[in-house]
Design a protein around this ligand. Sequence first.
Ligand SMILES: [Zn+2]
Length: 699
Amino acid sequence: MSAKKQKWIDQPLRILDLVFTPRLDDYPMEEVIAVCKKMHANVIHFHCQYNMRGGFRDDEMYFKSRLSSKDNRDVLGEFLPLAKKANIRTIVYMNLHWFTKSFVEQNPDWWVVLDSGERLDHLYGDDDSSLCINSPFRDWSFTLLEDVCSYPIDGVFFDGPISFMRRQACYCPHCRDLFEQQHQKEMPAPEQSNRADYALLREFAVASMVRYYHDAMQVVRKSGSDLVGYGNYANVAEPDWAAGRVNRRLIPTMDALLAEGGFMHGRASNAVYKTGASSRLYETQAAGKPSINAVSMAFSPWRWVSLTSSETQVLLSAASVGVNPYYAIYLQGIDMPGIEGAAEVYGFLEKNEKYYKQTESGAKVALLQSAQTLNCYSGVDIPWADLGYQDEQQAQSVGNYSRSFYGFTEMMVRAGIPFDIVDETYLTEGDLARYEAVVLANAACLSDAQCTALVGYVRNGGKLIADFESSHYDELGSRRDDFALAELFGASSENTLSEHRRWDYGFVKDSGAGQLSWMETEYFPAPRRNLQVKVETAKVHAVFSNSLISNIIGVAERSDDPFLIENRVGEGVCYFFPTMFGEFFEEIHPEMYPRMLSELLGKSARAARLSGVPHQVDIHVRKQVNKKRTMIHLVNLELSGTGDILPARNLKLSLKPDHKVRKVRALRAGKKLNFEVEKGEVRVTLQELREFEVVVFEA
Ligand SMILES: [Zn+2]
């Protein structure tokens, strides 16, 4: 990177959020310091708003402000000198999205208004509401910010505000006026089927958020050059219209990117690979600035109850690779085992800080998160989020982007392939050439420029793997007659979908040969639908069966519909599944699918190799080039249904480092490892992997 001046926030951070607010009147500030020390935290998200009666109100500020309607204890003033002495950075937690109904009722002019004309209520519970970022609430919040920043703090964390387009808001007079000024027309109804209007509304929501945070950061900057500010950003697979948060557009004016990739609903095993996926996307989107992956202690929605120690260790270690971890504790649950697990991870990170400083990913595979597809494609699920009244939502259309993305993510993890997650900005502005392979998980909506970049990448020797409707739509969601990547696929779209396949098979075209020669049988479960394609220059590796009348049959005939095709272009190659390969894996988990993906990616796409155990282990390769050091981070995702870890034993690990290796160490085990070198590959055996381990190879 550039020789920019290092700020304190560029150091490895171990952030603690201690929700002691139920005891704001009497909790000793010395105790907050003691908890930070016990947890090995070096930054605290400090609470000085009560927020426990359905959100924020102006008589519950525990700091001095011109806006406070009651003279409460000044916990911020008491805490700061203690924190300074203890070398703990203080970031003030500011809830600006969640207020009590009685508070919002004082200012009807600031309400978030639904399309129906009613006020938007219910964020987490029954007695709460929000306020509009385009209303005079802005000025009120900036005054509050000025008052907080007049204390000698290190920074501010904005927990909101957000926009509420997903809930068909905001149609307040301020938003309507602003929209009309910007677009010379009346604000349209929130109809997702009207693509042009919906795109305008989406842009309005996003631009309003960018404007709000830009102006808020002016207030922070005015208060001191060392002060930092960052917000609560969009999560993996979150469409822009969900809350108006677009990480790439918010990050330029802010100092770090934080999002809640480690907030789980229920047991962590339900979606345990998602935290590592989040770390990967945040690192890409922070574009060189620090990023923070937030983990909650909660066995949500029960916030006083922690996840188990093992679950906590798995999530927090996944939230520490390439990004910085954040952990939130509710005081009521501070003695639960999960908290001890978090302290153990933070203690490990403190002790081994040098291995986490200024590292870069050594992965050779990039999986694309397509925000355009999330925004414009019909098959998009809304993930669970930490808002009580925001339910999950499953799209019903044929072809689903979210499930395909997570299907590929999980296959990559199951196949033990180190990978990065990139976004569309990276396709045209990043360094694609550093990857051996790029994977498109039904990335339906891509622009001409992005497709041109991918064609150039393959021509120059890259490998592309794609499925289903990838590139069949433009970046605004208009369907093209053919794939924009038809040249790479070596096939064109016939714009016809197969019937729903209930129990059909796929067949290897030439068993024992080619890319699928390892298969034990020549048939395998086939996805639900395929897009009919006209094969031009590609070679067919596998086809679908004809539609079967039952799952008890004597013979299944092969159809001409391809399941997998290969096309060589320039120096590179493209593998295309004209079917919902990733989505079907997410649904059914056929065990041969991750192997198919792994074989297509090939050996050279594996930056490291793990074998000898059946466990699902998320592998990250991180490099410190100047120090001639490579770290392999292993996160064991094998959690039982009640949150215990299933340890792995005698794991074989190998790496082809681009530097000499004189020493290999396992940091958590605290042991030097014996190693062998063969053809430039360094091999070690790791005796045991519990929740996580870091193996360091150094010259
Ligand atoms: Zn509004």
